[in-house]
Ligand binder design. Structure first.
Ligand code: ADP
Ligand code: MG
Length: 664
């Protein structure tokens, strides 16, 4: 294609583009919204008999029924036909403009929404793929028409005063024998296909040419196409065995806050001829050869089948083409497959194969989404802080569900309230200044999002910040409580110093120091106090008699308190009574009198003296006379020394061994 031809192409494209009845104005609709799942659209184009085709006079083996369906003779049964229905069917008389306006132009608008789109021309060699995609100067195809419209649109949308600045770049490559070759740089070798962290497919090192006009496009595209043509001549059928991929990227940058950035990719693909792989039914070595010749196309069929069957593994990585188209088939793109077929009988089997592949492809579901982020130069400082603040796994999780990056559009213009917001973070002052600065940046970022930043507020980063603030606030609260406690302790001590006696009458509202843990004193056991009856009687009879009560230190219960300053407040509860010697002597005499003068009945009032012992005592007294001392009881027959001791203890000491007083 020389300069004159290209100029002619441009004129024709522009004329066709502006006069086409189906031309619609592209507009940015639904930006930012996630569209519903989009099925891969499939159109079939039947080319006319071309001049010089052998058998042109034969009746066609395929014919259209309406704008969406066609039928083809059934080679197994000549009495019937095979019928197919697609999204669109374009017959022999359809024009380039019909194809473009009907099936391609509608999906271009998605590029300006930051979404991807792809157009694939499929079919056997000679069926019209290149004609459909590239066309001729007289009949420009999908590629020049799409570029024309896209460039026009980006000029309008990206004009000064509009919210978005738009730029377009193009790359052109071919996949031949599983090698990715840069057609804009003939010196480049096989390129690798990679996937970034957001699932975008990219080819590092692939030439990207910025284009602002259709002339720009031609300047890069036409020589590259000529290279391919030369290659085809030299390498024998290379062009029909390679996939030509034109990649057009539409990059959008928001001029005002929040400075979003969108990227839409358009793949325009002229696939290799499909005839060999579809028709041969080769097995073993022949199949391997066929796979080697055109692996990409073979795998493309497997990918489509896997997607349709919902298999867990889709073999995208089994070929360069499918890897490249990963986000176009079953991925994020609005895709249209144009299956090109020829009317001649000699194409019959290839046509049936192509139609079957097309029918399978229309079941594939894509899920296009907006590829939006914030501009990198704005994000830079914030990104650093995010990396510092979050672990790699958290950073990954923090990305939006559609791979959105989140950052501050204005990190340098901090709102005055930013630092105030962080004021509760007093402890941050002891942090590394760089880290503090990053925290401030992040806080500004969060603050600057305002109501528009609703998604950001729910990110782990925000939660992390909230958590940090909460921790700091809790620390401050604990500090405050400690201070208050110290104040109260000081107050208590001061009060005790002024009037130690009042310490037990301290107001209950005044807290005692928490550091002194008091263990509850076990309640003393309730025990009956056994008193000599005579003593009790005498006490009752002589209330003025002095009763000596001694503290029995050996039997004093220990006050179980850890508080050294605990007053001995309840110590008296545990004092034990002990009868004084005078009182004991007095009691002894009284008992001796009773033993000598009391009747048997009187004697039974004594402890340990039952009726039997009382009779023994009375009998002994009658025989031997009065007792000279209480201990003489031992001489009474039937009373042992041990019983006598027990009698003394019970009646004179008044307290049985181990018995003690206490509150009852
Ligand atoms: P393919 O790329 O599939 O191998 P081509 O696009 O090269 O096939 O088409 C083969 C021949 O058929 C070319 O000479 C082309 O000009 C012609 N041709 C294809 N489609 C049409 C059409 N719709 N109208 C007129 N000529 C066509
Ligand atoms: Mg071709």
């Amino acid at each position: 294609m020389d300069a004159e031809a290209s100029a002619q192409l441009r004129r024709r494209v522009m004329a066709a583009g502006t006069s086409g009845a189906g031309r619609c104005r592209l507009s940015k609709v639904g930006a930012g919204r996630r569209p519903p799942p989009a099925r891969v659209r499939v159109a079939v184009r039947l080319r006319p008999f071309v001049d010089g085709t052998v058998g042109a006079s034969d009746p066609p083996c395929v014919r259209g029924m309406d704008s969406c369906s066609l039928e083809i003779a059934n080679w197994r049964n000549h009495q019937e036909t095979l019928k197919y229905q697609f999204d669109a069917f374009y017959g022999e008389r359809s024009t380039q403009q019909d194809i473009y306006a009907g099936s391609v132009q509608p999906i271009l608008r998605h590029l300006l929404e930051g979404q991807n789109a792809s157009v694939l021309a499929y079919g056997p060699t000679g069926a019209g793929k290149t004609h459909t995609m590239l066309g001729s100067p007289e009949q420009p195809g999908v590629i020049p028409r799409a570029l024309m419209d896209l460039l026009q649109l980006t000029r309008e949308e990206g004009a000064e005063g509009r919210p978005w600045a738009l730029s377009v770049t193009m790359s052109y490559l071919e996949i031949y024998q599983e090698k990715v070759l840069d057609l804009l740089d003939s010196a480049s070798g096989d390129l690798v296909i990679r996937e970034d962290c957001r699932g975008n497919i990219l080819i590092p090192g692939l030439t990207q040419k910025p284009i602002t006009s259709f002339a720009d496009f031609e300047r890069h595209f036409l020589p590259a196409s000529r290279n391919r043509t030369v290659g085809a001549t030299r390498l024998n059928q290379r062009s029909s065995r390679s996939h030509a991929v034109l990649l057009v990227k539409v990059d959008q940058r928001e001029r005002l806050a929040p400075f979003r950035q969108r990227e839409g990719k358009l793949y325009l693909i002229d696939l290799a001829g499909s005839e060999d792989n579809r028709r041969t039914g080769n097995k073993g070595l022949r199949l391997k050869e066929s796979g080697a010749i055109n692996t990409s196309l073979f795998v493309l069929g497997k990918v489509v089948d896997a997607l349709n069957q919902g298999l867990p593994r889709v073999p995208y990585r089994d070929s360069k083409l499918t890897r490249l188209l990963q986000d176009s088939l079953g991925g994020s793109a609005h895709s249209i497959l144009i299956a090109n077929i020829a009317p001649e009988r000699r194409f019959y089997l290839d046509t049936v194969s192509a139609l079957n592949f097309a029918a399978r492809s229309k079941e594939v579901i894509n899920r296009p989404f907006t590829n939006e982020s914030l501009q990198l130069h704005v994000l830079a400082p914030v990104k650093l802080s995010q990396k510092e603040l979050l672990g790699p796994s958290e950073a990954k999780r923090a990305r939006g569900p559609e791979g959105e990056e989140i950052g501050s559009p204005e990190p340098t213009e901090a709102p005055a309230s930013a630092s105030q917001k962080l004021s509760p973070l007093q402890k941050l002052s002891s942090m590394d200044p760089a880290m503090l600065e990053r925290l401030l940046s992040l806080d500004r970022l969060l603050g600057s999002q305002g109501s528009q930043g609703a998604p950001l507020l729910s990110t782990p980063r925000r939660e992390r910040m909230v958590l940090m603030k909460t921790v700091e606030e809790k620390d401050l609260e604990i500090e405050r409580l400690k201070m208050k406690q110290k104040e109260l302790e000081a107050k208590v001590l001061a009060q005790e110093a002024v009037d130690p006696k009042e310490k037990e009458n301290c107001s209950p509202t005044v807290l005692r120091p928490l550091s002194h843990r008091t263990v509850t004193v076990a309640r003393p056991l309730k025990k009956a106090v056994v008193m000599p009856l005579q003593l009790i009687q005498e006490q009752a009879a002589s209330p003025n008699t002095e009763i000596h009560i001694l503290k029995n230190k050996g039997r004093k219960r220990k006050l179980e308190s850890l508080d050294a300053s605990e007053p001995e407040g309840k110590a008296e509860d545990c004092w034990e009574l002990q009868i004084s010697p005078e009182l004991l002597a007095h009691g002894r005499q009284k008992i001796l009198d009773l033993l000598n003068e009391g009747s048997a009945r009187d004697l039974r009032s004594l402890q340990r003296i039952g009726p039997k012992k009382a009779q023994l005592i009375v009998g002994w007294r009658e025989l031997h006379g009065p007792f000279s001392q209480v201990e003489d009881l031992e001489r009474v027959e039937g009373i042992t020394g041990k019983q006598m001791e027990s009698f003394l203890k019970a009646n004179i000491l008044g307290l049985a061994a181990g018995q003690r007083c206490g509150p009852s």
